[in-house]
Structure formats: structure tokens, C-alpha cells
Design a protein. Sequence first.
Length: 417
Amino acid sequence: MFRALRHRNYRLWAAADLVSSTGTWMQVLGLNWLVLESTGSPTAVGLAILFQAVPMLVLGPWSGALADRLPLRPLVLATQTLHLLLAATLALIAMAGASTTAIYAIAVLTGLVAAFDGPPMGRLAAQVVGRADLGNALALGSVVNSAGRILGMSLGGALAALGGATVLFGVNAVSFLAVIIAVLALRPDTLHPMDVSPPERSGMLAGFRYLRGERRLLVLFALGFVLSSVGRNYQVTMAAMSNGPLHTGAAGFGLLSTVFAVGTVGGGLLAAHWRELGLRVLLGAALVTSALQVVSGFAPGLLLFALVILPIAAGAVVIDTAMGTRVQLGSADDMRGRVLAVQSSVSAAAGALGGPLVGWLSETMGPASALEVSGVVALLATVAATAVFVRIRGARRPAWSGPITPRNTDEPAPALT
């Protein structure tokens, strides 16, 4: 279950990821609640998500092309330093008095840095484990992120009571030092090198031409868009349910966030237990979680709602891990940065649409009805994706239901995230 931990570089990477994830989720908790408390509007929380997502939509393909061509360590060190400075600035803004306009401006800048951060981080992460341990590393990464979410939400709630959102943003700023130190400490002689793009295969347009011929990747991106936008936008719905029909306020929101994080740990361990995460696992988990989302809208109280949230969170991690494995192992090495960038852009687009949309549905229909309608849409999308996979005949090939064979011998270990 813990095969990836045999690699020293991965142990460094995972430790830094735990620290950084803890800080990130502290900031998520502080930012979402600060915006909701300042405006009283779930839609405003969705807008904060939107403003972070827009830069990735615009700049993602270019950042992927850069990651496929340029040295990775300087890129990663630069983006992590910028993240540190932005989190520190947000702490100063919160200390001076919450300004929605200033918060939105920081959200845009954070999204801008993140647009150039994801592909190089993904390619660098690819070098810390071999191809055989990729799926296990992805699953353990989910566990690490989930543990960071639990620590971030629980510690964040306690620290926020003492010093407010300012403390949460300050801790997040310091947490980026862990990634910077880990990147500097990686041993080059034990990394798994990856090929860069030759001139004839470099650039954004070459990446788009490559993806145009990869129908299975396109279907996965489409399904991921629906599942991430309306299927699992719980940053908005948990806040809306806590502030609405559950009548539990900030305490209920913190509890639900912790329960969700515990569920993601269970999902990560489950994914790590499977040696291969095939397409059937992905589609099955999507069907179950979508159906449970519909059920969650009928939950009459906090306890029952939390009990339904728990398996949804576990299923979400299984979906993300299986999808990440299928996407990365199914793409060429010298295109990996651009594939990761497109996947990040799809995720950003899902946040850009889903956050405000689910927030608007929660305000107009009520949070419970919004969950039910969104769950039905996610369920229908999963059924449609299953039918498409069957029709293109690739769903039952080994490359998508079991171990994946590289298309040529020039494709070494793929990226992690």
C-alpha cells in the first residue's frame, strides 16, 4: 500500500505536500468564511472561486508548453515564492479590515501564479517515483492532501478563534517554505528524468493537435468538468447548508468540512490499496457519488447530512486518483506538461462555472434542491460518458482498464498531479 514511500525523494515531496496542504486548507477555510461573513452571499463565495479559476482558463496551455521545454526547479521555486508573498499580503489585508475588492484582487493574482505552477510541479513530481509506482504515489498523495485538509480545517478553526483569518493566511504563507526546501533537497541522481519536447512538438498548438487525436482523454476531461462543477462543489453547498436549512452556522460548516476531509483520507487509502485503478472503478465511483449527492439533499439534519458526505468524499478521491492515473499514463511524456495544463484548465473552468452556478441555485432553489438537481446532472453525465467509452471501443482495452503499455519506448515515468 505504501510502495511510493520507498523513494527518498518522494518522502521529501510528501512531507512538503502535507505542510503546504495544511496551510492551503487553512486559507480556504479563512477565505470562504471571511467572504461569506462579509457579504452573507453564497454566490460571493463562488465568485472568489471564479476569480482564482479565470487565469488558468486563459494561461494554462501556455504554462504547459513552458513546462515541457524549460528547467523545472527554477520555475517551481519562483511560483512557490510568489504564493508565499500573496498569502502574506492577504494576511495584511485581513488585518487592516476585510475588503471584498482587495480579496478578489488577491484571488486573481493567486490564480495567475497557480496557472504557471501546476504543470512544472506535475512534471517535477513525475521524477520522484518510477512508472510502476505512479498509481500508488497518486493515491498516497490524495491521503496526504486529505490529512492536510483535516489538519488545516481543524487547526484553522482553533486558530481563527484566537486570531481570526489573519492568522490562517499567515500560517499558509509560512507553509510554502516547506515546498521550497524540499525542491532544493531533492537528489538529482535518484530522479527519473523526463524528455522535453523537441522543437517540432513544442508549443501550445502542437499540444492541442495531440489532444485532438486522443478521444479517451477528451471524454475524461468532459466527465471531470461536470463532476467537478456541479457534482462536487461542496465548498459552496456545505457553507450554504450550514447557514441555511441545517441552522448550524460556522460550527456546522467546520464540522462538515472535517467530516469531508476524513472521508477523503478513507478514499485515498482505498485507492492506494488497489494496484490498478481502471476505468470501471472511475465510472462506478462517479455513479455512486452522484447518486449519494441526490440523497444528501433530502437529509433532514446535520448528523445525517454528515453521514452521506463521508462516502461522497471517499468516492471523490477515488475518482480523482483514477482519472489522474488514466490521464497521465495515457499521454506522451513530452506532452505531459500541456496535458496537465489542459486538465488544470478544465478543473478551473469547472470552478469558474460551478462555484457561482451552485451558489445561485442555492439562493434561488434552496441548498437542498441545488444538491438534488446537481446530483442528477452528474449522474446523467456519468451514464453518457460510459456509453461513449463503450462506443469508441477503447474502454475495455488494457490501456484503460488495467496496466498501461507506453506507446513507444521514449515515454518514461509520467507526472503525479
